[in-house]
Design a protein around this ligand. Structure first.
Ligand code: TXA
Ligand code: MG
Length: 344
């Protein structure tokens, strides 16, 4: 199949994408977080194509994307007041809410769960497409399963050329990591995945929030987790990734001691000169965590190269948006973190 790539500003893009979606086809859509691989979320055959194209495990449910917050009522029941409060404050935007699913949502979309994840993305063309398609759009991140997420149309083309009919190019994603997921079927609500809406912002609206274990620790394959996607090795280049914490100097000393030819360093822009002998790649500025968020997946995709040995990675500290960067990098590193200052 030929894969057509169209710019989001092309006047025929929304109607063509909506037509393909209604016909049960896949369309790669831009969002403010990452590119999604979209299908009609109410059509089991269309949803099955997403799982096939990504090589995604069947037990990993999909997020339904809506054009307008009131569409929540089409697919969810028993919607708590807190969901409307969050929608008012953060939608359209990088927040996904897990709510009780109506029967209209097929089991393959929810992977058989009684709940459904729902999000209204902050991307005008994609909301327009959803509106014109007239159905909620199921869309996982468009990467092949287990690989770093897609933050440009070129990433999507790399993973799916010849397999899907249409990719819509909306430029590089503004946020760069996937949406924050909060489960509102529990009391207090539970953070299942950190993202562009921070735990601090959620707590301001919700009062309290618990953090799922899968956010901060490695989960065994047989453990039962709330967001099934969180247990898989994720976001990862094929080589081993090791996070080296501590000061720039201590980390540079550690890398100098362990470095072998073919290894790489993933670091902050400000550290490029300190790591100069060790093939450093910057993913953004330490002084502006948003740039780290926006640059992380593109960098991890560059490092997804069979000729690379190990990757020593630098990770921002603290809360806010840094929490999402830490989560993705730690998952890429299978939670392997060394602190060279510990042994001083
Ligand atoms: O930013 C995003 O959320 C992107 C863009 C395309 O919108 N989408 C995305 O989808 O990241 P995906 O499939 O890569 O990640 C969805 C996550 C998975 O970890 C999945 O297990 C979890 O959401 N999930 C989906 N439905 C769920 C449910 N009913 N209960 C708990 N977790 C759920
Ligand atoms: Mg994903």
């Amino acid at each position: 199949m030929e894969t057509l790539q169209l710019n989001e500003k092309d006047p025929k893009v929304a109607s063509l994408a909506a037509e393909l979606l209604r016909a049960g086809q896949l369309v790669a859509i831009p969002t403010e977080t990452v590119y999604g691989l979209g299908a009609n979320g109410l059509d089991p055959e269309a949803v099955a194509k997403i799982f096939a194209a990504k090589g995604r495990p069947q037990d990993n449910p999909l997020i339904l994307h809506i054009a307008d917050p009131c569409q929540m009522e089409d697919i969810c029941h028993s919607i708590p007041e807190s969901a409307w409060l969050l929608a008012k404050k953060f939608w359209p935007g990088p927040l996904t809410m897990v709510l009780p699913a109506k029967d209209i949502v097929p089991k393959c979309t929810t992977a058989g769960l009684p709940t459904v994840a729902v999000r209204c993305p902050d991307c005008a063309i994609t909301r327009d497409i959803i509106r014109q398609a007239g159905v909620p759009v199921a869309a996982p991140s468009a990467n092949l399963s287990g690989k770093p997420s897609t933050t440009t149309a070129q990433h999507v083309y790399h993973d799916h050329a010849g397999k899907i009919p249409l990719i819509i190019d909306g430029g590089p994603c503004r946020v760069g990591v996937e949406s924050t997921i909060v489960d509102l079927t529990e009391n207090p609500p539970r953070l299942l995945r950190p993202g562009g809406i921070t735990p601090e912002q959620l707590t301001e609206v919700l009062g309290s929030l618990t953090v799922d274990k899968a956010v901060t620790a490695q989960i065994d394959n047989d453990e039962i987790v709330k967001a099934p996607g969180m247990k898989y090795r994720h976001y990862a280049p094929q080589c081993q990734v090791i996070i080296v914490s501590g000061s720039t100097q201590a980390a540079a000393n550690y890398v100098a001691k362990h470095y072998a030819p073919g290894d790489r360093v993933l670091c902050f822009e400000e550290e490029l000169s300190a790591f100069a002998p060790f093939a450093p790649l910057s993913y953004g500025c330490q002084a502006d965590t948003n740039t780290l968020c926006a640059g992380l997946f593109a960098a991890l995709r560059i490092l997804d190269d069979p000729t690379i040995g190990k990757v020593y990675a630098r990770c921002p500290e603290g809360g806010g948006i840094a929490y999402a960067v830490q989560n993705r990098l730690k998952k890429a590193a299978a939670f392997q973190v060394v602190n060279p200052e510990d042994s001083l």
